[in-house]
Design a binder for this molecule. Structure first.
Ligand code: ADP
Ligand code: MG
Length: 168
């Protein structure tokens, strides 16, 4: 049976990074991860882990201004951070800006795609793995909950394998 939803507890930044690494190790071309969570939730920490798991040697920073960054790895990694897009423009203008960036081409490329703050752009994505990072209530300052949800068969298989690799 394939896991469709799963909540994973991370007890510190190192664990969030390791969780990302385990996922990065099994990503395949065409896989899409949708990452969300408040500022300071651990999105960048998680992304760095994913990149490490994919064997990316370059340092990964959030593409706040360029929106999209590409890295070479076992599978190429495309990292998007669309926060600024939704923050600064209306939904229609933002969607147009994404089209201008050729965002569909990235999704159809042979890369694994990690999107922070995908927002309305994710509405049309049928098969993607959603990961929401949520801070635990005080005083558990170093604890985060990773709320994972698979949208389709590939992301279900991915979530299944990821969780197994994490637990065993
Ligand atoms: P975001 O990209 O979501 O804004 P960052 O990854 O840049 O978040 O920062 C997360 C911050 O929270 C870091 O300072 C990190 O040390 C801290 N932190 C504490 N506990 C955790 C945890 N379990 N997972 C991830 N980060 C954590
Ligand atoms: Mg960040």
């Amino acid at each position: 049976m394939k896991v469709q939803q799963m909540s994973i507890t991370s007890r510190g930044p190192g664990e969030t990074r390791s969780l990302g690494e385990r996922l990065g190790e099994i990503l395949q071309p065409g896989d899409v991860i949708l990452l969300s969570g408040e500022l300071g939730a651990g999105k960048t920490t998680f992304c760095k882990g994913v990149a490490a798991g994919l064997g990316v040697a370059a340092e990964v920073t959030s593409p706040t201004f360029t929106l999209i960054a590409e890295y070479e790895g076992r599978v190429p990694l495309v990292h998007m951070d669309l926060y600024r897009l939704w923050e600064e423009s209306g939904t229609q203008a933002a969607k147009q800006a994404l089209a201008d960036l050729g965002w569909e081409d990235y999704l159809e490329s042979d890369a694994a795609v990690l999107i922070e703050w995908a927002g309305p752009a994710a509405d049309g994505l049928e098969d993607a793995l959603e990961v929401e990072l949520v801070a635990a209530p005080l005083p558990r300052v170093d604890e985060r909950e990773l709320r994972c949800r698979a949208r389709g068969p590939r992301s279900q298989a991915l979530l299944d394998e990821w969780v197994k690799r994490w637990l065993f």
